[in-house]
Design a binder for this molecule. Sequence first.
Ligand SMILES: Cc1cc2nc3c(=O)[nH]c(=O)nc-3n(C[C@H](O)[C@H](O)[C@H](O)COP(=O)(O)O)c2cc1C
Length: 494
Amino acid sequence: MNITLQDAWGLASDRRFDNLEMPILDDPVNYGAKADAGVHEGAFLALTTDFPRQAGRFSDFLAGQNSKLAALPFEQRLSGVLRYLASPMRFEPLNMPDVHFPVSSFGGLSSCGIKFIRRHPTKAGFAQVFHFHGNYHALEKQIDELEWDGEIAQNQWLVTIVGQYWAVGRKYGDFAPFGVVLDSGIVLAQLQYLFRLFGFSFQTGFNTLNRLNDKLVPEGSFQQVLAAVTLDVPESANALLDNGEWEALEIATYQEPQGLMQRFGLLQDIVSLLACEFEQAWPAPLSLNVDKSLHETLPERDMLDVIYNRTASNDRLGFSQVNKMLDGEFLKQFMQVLQQLKTCRDRLPLEDSLMINVAWINTSGPAMGLYDEVGEPVCIAQDSKRFQHIIQDCLYSDNQKYNLSSMTLELFISVDTDKVSKSAGNSALRATHIAAGAVAHDVCLAASLFDAFARPARMFRDTKLQQRFGLDGQLLIQVLVGFNRYNNFALTIL
Ligand SMILES: Cc1cc2nc3c(=O)[nH]c(=O)nc-3n(C[C@H](O)[C@H](O)[C@H](O)COP(=O)(O)O)c2cc1C
């Protein structure tokens, strides 16, 4: 390996714009982002589209209450989880990107694949692997007989999140892996929320991902198993796979572009660093500490509506701001929702090492300035124009736009790279990116609850922000939150 962990942290800073090869920097319009179009033959099982659209109040979910969805048949619950995790939600033909998914993703290219593994129904020592195709809302039987030396219980499936680096390789080149690992944290957080909402019990804390990787990722393919969850399933789960109507089909799918590793010289080394196993024990979950007064004041929104309406607010036609009059308590309430959401999923390795700061930009509400993770002021802006300028002056090219007037707050997630490198070695790179992705997703859900958009962003000159705001540590991702009105023509899918 030619690069060290130290180098990788460096390359994840502003140095990425100068030291990494990223096609999007040279040609932001025609960078040939998408993978190759192609066809794929296989055996597919279409999942039911008869799944619930309402789940109960978001605040009930936050308070740890069980939803009525737990009583539904297994197939409806599984189908619902996958719909709100990885199937396209809306087709917006005049927009970029034209397909809107339930979770935000790097470049909108939805880079993470979902696979299920179960014990082979008849052959001891073998497993079966099923891949979920969101565009068809269907499972594909990908490997019928996979040699499996470990034990998978009859009533458990292994659910894996696979980072398909190739899906964004042409757009982000050497930087692709960093974004995909952030994406996997987003997917992992959403998966856990959905499992809870749909009444599944599951365990995170999987520590032998590289073994899984050797089994699941074909030689030479540019992907990596980034997370796994053990899911408890009822008897009817295996019956669905054994007795379902599997159909042999040829479907249109993106194919992995060849030659990415040869084209981008640092990819292999960065991925090798990201492949280090977690050397850490997984932290214990936070205990639920229900704050009744918070729940009574939250908007009355259904949890599935909150997920459905989450948006980064892409609008090709132009983005029109909504000047929102917010009261002084909004920020604290927003940050409380984030704290509470964390208790509804497992804590992730090194999540505790992340540092959260918020720049409050809205002209109403608290005073413009920098706030901490509970919404207490760190420093109030003496010169609001200068404060806004710091936020604005972080675009990497003239082709980028930044509509500050629609922005309410910007949340920064950073980490002390020295500290985590000492405590977790090379595994710190992957663990902190996954955890930062999960927290960024929490921000997206909290924003959606308040009818705001939330846009995770990684392609800003963030070192400038770090230095000018005096943020501790290195920024892993930031999330822009605000209110706007958008005009996209949209068709609901599914
Ligand atoms: C890891 C990550 C990095 C992102 N970086 C940027 C960015 O630098 N600039 C930006 O405008 N959007 C960024 N986004 C937002 C995506 O472009 C947006 O989620 C995507 O276009 C899909 O839109 P939707 O979330 O409304 O479905 C990023 C998203 C993720 C998950």
